[in-house]
Ligand binder design. Structure first.
Ligand code: PMP
Length: 451
């Protein structure tokens, strides 16, 4: 359907256009290569489209300006870290205040209590702990779950992503002798064979989950209520209720990782869909961009963990961290949850995501393409295949050439998508003009591709 020679020629034109548009970013990127591995402070930043990453002069609300003076609609929002929109005034104020009154003392602050109460109200689980990142929070929950159950393994969904948590970087390989767990393609230097630590099950498959958990060696199932890291794969009707029933039946703790699915509303999918997990993990945007995460648990789990928490050796137990739960982080979360990620914010952002999916769907239909666009709350994503029901189906349809081209085409026209797959996020600071700008750019890209 897509002529690959045409795609390659268009891509080459866009590469040149990118270089021509961004002379100042090019200079700064060249400078960075002398002291930063691969020219970036964090490996994922090599994934941006174009010959070098953009350097940002200023980000605000739903957009940013780069050092060459070009303005962008930001639909990446720091890959969810700034889903609140950039630079919330209340966060700026709270952070300034805290930097003048003490950033970190390793003593609790009243903001921490406020934050825990607010998270309990939103997600419906009553007791909370803090972490620096969602990865951290997931790691701590896995540790607690193994401790509580005395079981060695964790279960995850095939093609999930939960951060740089070793146990989650596995996928299923299908063979004649059955499925086996293997390292996720690309996983670097695993500390142990992931098959030893992890059970992997396909999303939307209750029978497979039941069969695997029946083996009795799984402490917890860590999952997103909808997969968001391999496109968006929504749960089929009854699936999540089935997951809860099966996990209970096998004594497996259920962990909802809401780090991305917070896009469904103020209490994530857990609140939006009335879910009943044992643990909830939340990270990325809750500090308005300041690094902080949290995990909550039921009263029953908390009762069983209070003993270990008060143990003399909890400081070397493998949970927590020196800067975790700092006064600065807690002030940032309080300011964020007081002024963003509220129902009234989603009431602005979700209709924008709906407008986005309507626009993309119309282009797909006009050209009769076998593509789809999926939405969860204020997050939307198009994918070059019909809607998949498992992560493996979505992974099999990845089209790296088309992805790379769409990212480069859009960034060259002032719209930034997340650098992995085609995710777009909307905040209360975006407007219909931002959505329509993307739709127009997307339609032009498709027209150029089809000739
Ligand atoms: N959980 C989910 C669902 C995620 O998508 C991610 C990151 N993409 C993480 C956890 C890890 O977040 P962080 O990289 O901030 O630790």
């Amino acid at each position: 359907m897509i002529d690959r020679d045409r795609l390659a020629a268009l891509h080459a034109e866009e590469e040149q256009r990118f270089v021509d548009l961004h002379p100042r970013s090019a200079e700064l990127a060249a400078d960075a290569r002398g002291s930063l591995l691969a020219g970036v402070p964090m490996p994922w930043m090599t994934r941006w489209p174009g010959a070098f990453p953009l350097f940002v002069d200023r980000a605000e609300g739903g957009g940013f300006t780069d050092v060459d003076g070009i303005e962008y609609v930001d639909l990446c929002l720091g890959d969810t870290g700034s889903m609140t929109g950039h630079c919330l005034p209340a966060v700026a104020e709270a952070v300034r205040e805290r930097t003048e009154r003490g950033i970190t003392t390793m003593l609790p602050s009243t903001d921490a209590t406020w934050v825990a109460q607010e998270l309990a109200r939103r997600f419906g689980v009553p007791l909370w702990q803090m972490a620096m990142t969602a990865t951290d929070a997931n790691r701590f929950v896995l540790r607690f779950a193994r401790h509580l159950t005395g079981r060695p393994r964790v279960a995850v969904m095939d093609w999930c992503y939960h951060g740089t948590v070793d146990e989650t970087l596995g996928v299923l390989e299908h063979g004649r002798a059955g499925d086996r767990v293997v390292p996720r393609p690309g996983a670097l230097g695993p500390q142990v064979d992931v098959a030893v630590t992890t059970a992997v099950v396909p999303f939307n498959d209750l029978d497979a989950l039941d069969r695997r958990l029946a083996e009795g060696d799984v402490a917890c199932l860590l999952m997103e209520p909808a997969l968001t890291n391999i496109g968006i794969v929504l749960p089929e009707d009854g699936y999540l209720a089935g997951v809860r029933e099966i996990t209970r039946q096998h004594g497996v703790l259920l962990v909802n990782d809401e780090t991305h699915t917070i896009c469904a509303g103020p209490g994530g999918a857990t609140a939006a869909w009335g879910l009943d997990p044992d643990f909830v993990v939340m990270g990325k945007p809750i500090g308005g961009g300041i690094p902080v995460a949290a995990y909550g648990m039921t009263e029953e789990v908390a009762d069983r963990l209070t003993g270990p928490m008060l143990g003399h050796e909890i400081d070397v137990a493998g949970v927590g961290g020196t800067l975790t739960g700092s006064a600065l982080a807690m002030a940032a979360v309080r300011a964020t949850l007081s002024t963003a990620l509220r129902q009234e914010d989603f009431d602005v952002a979700i209709p924008l995501a709906e407008r986005f999916t309507d626009g993309i769907s119309a282009v797909i239909a006009e050209h009769d393409l076998p593509w789809h666009v999926q939405r969860l709350g204020c997050r939307a994503e198009y994918w070059f295949c019909p809607p998949p029901s498992t992560g493996a189906e979505a992974a099999a349809a990845v089209d790296e050439e088309l992805d790379a081209f769409m990212h480069l085409w859009t960034v060259n026209r002032g719209v930034l998508l997340a650098p992995f797959h085609n995710m777009s996020l909307f905040s209360q600071f975006h407007g219909t003009a931002d959505v329509d700008r993307h739709t127009e750019v997307f339609a032009d890209a498709v027209a150029a591709l089809l000739g």
